[in-house]
Design a protein around this ligand. Structure first.
Ligand SMILES: CC(C)(COP(=O)([O-])OP(=O)([O-])OC[C@H]1O[C@@H](n2cnc3c(N)ncnc32)[C@H](O)[C@@H]1OP(=O)([O-])[O-])[C@@H](O)C(=O)NCCC(=O)NCCSC(=O)C[C@@](C)(O)CC(=O)[O-]
Ligand SMILES: NC(=O)C1=CN([C@@H]2O[C@H](COP(=O)(O)OP(=O)(O)OC[C@H]3O[C@@H](n4cnc5c(N)ncnc54)[C@H](O)[C@@H]3O)[C@@H](O)[C@H]2O)C=CC1
Length: 441
């Protein structure tokens, strides 16, 4: 019977690789060579990357691309994008060019409020609890002063601490629902440190509170954790142009093109099956920049999709309308991002990405990321309501297919030329490559 391993975390990286390769792979020597092939030759740099996570075996390459020509609030950006999917960077680049010629993107931060909660049980009267929380308010602030001092000096800190009664959802369940300002930090560690101190103060003061004597325990804290749902940490990205400035594509007038875009967004707003893919396309843009700048894309994804469902059904993140001869297209999206903290100062390519963006603060990065998402959605919808997604997407995917087939550089050049005017499909590429190879025999 397969045996588990004890003390894996204490093995050296080489020992970990050896055990994994021998235990789980068909050709252990080749596995070891493969994992070592992806190590960086600079041992110091490799150690830095090893230490980002636990049980590191190797590095996992993700392409880092760039989309130039993004005019955002009258400033030109080249946006770094880390993503494995073909056509995403091309689509963003094409959308950037399109709107560059039409006044560019506008973006503005609507709020930067972060959320954290202490989840606890209390089985007395809610009114008594509210009186108690009001009573210990100054102590809650005093006990967290050591944690919040520097953040407050920067203008941030704990904004509010409020009792929330959740007993209708679960007997005895109450929250300290807290709001924070964390400036250029995403703030998870700062918020969680504050919450754990608030919880300790809550328990300590409840035990000493006269009205709670005899309650054992008066308060039971279950969890102290930030929320990744941040509807108050919101940024708006938008574009607009006169209908006549829209391209007459595929025989459509600019107005007909705009109408189809508005209808495509309306479908994503009323049909969840479409909304999920519509928003996935937006996240192609958002995640690529979030990853390139060393931010936590899991936190962003969870919060954005919760926001898309805030009405009670899952809907489009973007909006579109035609008004007074103008096409308007925009998105409000919650983004808790950091330009300090996490790995933002550690990872050399993250530092490159932030430098590429002009070393923005978190509010400016929020705007760039939101614009990348809006641009991605525009590019996808522009294809979907005209020539279809496959023409462009598969044109970009062609190289992946040719690499899968082991095409030579000469064969790649010939087939890229061949498919300039034909829609790429895997079977068509195989047939064309085989015909080319049989001619060469
Ligand atoms: C793919 C394109 C851009 C081709 O578009 P095209 O018209 O064939 O490209 P082009 O050769 O005319 O070039 C126009 C511009 O596109 C960009 N571009 C063009 N080619 C490249 C390239 N090789 N490398 C870098 N950039 C490229 C670049 O900006 C270029 O300008 P230039 O640099 O020449 O001055 C277009 O068809 C497009 O935007 N399609 C949409 C593709 C897309 O949305 N991809 C996302 C993945 S599909 C998905 O997951 C999302 C989706 C669709 O499911 C979301 C949804 O359902 O809503
Ligand atoms: N559920 C979640 O989203 C969770 C995420 N994380 C991780 O937490 C990390 C982010 O945590 P943070 O507290 O943001 O990072 P952090 O703790 O690494 O750094 C933030 C600190 O930077 C300092 N700082 C310096 N200049 C600042 C400025 N201008 N503005 C604000 N702070 C400044 C402050 O001391 C601040 O507390 C991410 O890597 C994330 O993956 C951790 C736990 C949970």
């Amino acid at each position: 019977m397969d045996q588990p391993i004890e003390g894996f975390s204490r093995l050296s990286k080489e020992e970990k690789i050896q055990w994994i390769a021998q235990r789980y792979t068909r050709h252990p020597r080749q596995t070891e060579a493969l994992l070592q092939q992806y190590w960086n030759p600079d041992a110091h740099l490799q150690q830095l990357h090893d230490e980002f996570i636990e049980n590191t075996l190797s590095n996992f390459y993700l392409p880092l691309g760039v989309a130039p020509n993004f005019l955002i609030n009258d400033r030109l950006y080249a946006i770094p994008m880390a993503i494995e999917e073909s056509s995403v960077v091309a689509a963003a680049s094409k959308a950037a060019k399109f709107w560059l010629e039409r006044g560019g993107f506008r973006a503005r931060v609507l709020g930067t409020e972060k959320i954290g909660q202490v989840h606890f049980l209390f089985h007395g009267k809610a009114a008594d609890l509210q009186e108690f929380i009001d009573h210990i308010g100054p102590v809650l602030r005093k006990d967290t002063a050591g944690i919040t001092r520097n953040m407050e000096q920067r203008g941030g800190g704990i904004r509010d601490i409020a009792l929330r009664d959740k007993t209708e959802a679960m007997p005895g369940y109450f929250q300290l629902h807290c709001t924070f300002e964390t400036l250029d930090a995403m703030g998870a560690n700062f918020i969680n440190s504050c919450l754990e101190q608030l919880a300790a103060t809550l328990v300590r003061e409840a035990k000493a509170y006269p009205a709670f004597q005899g309650m054992e325990p008066p308060v039971e804290v279950l969890m102290s954790i930030l929320s990744n749902y941040v509807p108050g940490c919101l940024v708006r990205a938008e574009v607009s142009c006169p209908l006549e400035a829209l391209p007459a594509e595929c025989g459509l007038t600019g107005e007909e093109f705009a109408r189809r875009l508005v209808q495509a967004v309306a479908i994503a707003d009323c049909e969840p099956y479409r909304a999920v893919t519509h928003n996935k396309g937006i996240m192609n843009g958002i995640d690529a920049v979030v990853i390139a700048t060393g931010n936590d894309f899991r936190a962003v994804e969870a919060g954005v999709h919760a926001f898309a469902a805030r009405s009670g059904s899952y809907r489009s993140l973007t909006r579109a309308r035609i008004e007074d001869g103008q096409f308007h297209f925009w998105m409000d999206v919650p983004l808790a991002l950091g330009t300090v903290g996490g790995i933002t100062s550690l990872h050399p390519l993250v530092r490159f990405s932030l430098e590429l963006l002009g070393d923005p603060g978190a509010p400016e990065l929020m705007q760039v990321v939101a614009v990348a998402g809006l641009a991605q959605n525009f590019a996808a919808l522009r294809s979907l309501v005209t020539v279809g997604i496959q023409k462009g997407h598969m044109k970009m995917h062609l190289l992946n297919i040719l690499n899968q087939l082991g095409a030579t550089e000469a064969e790649k050049t010939a087939l890229i030329d061949h498919f300039k005017n034909d829609t790429v499909s895997h079977s068509a590429v195989v047939e064309t490559l085989n015909a080319l190879r049989s001619q060469a025999l």
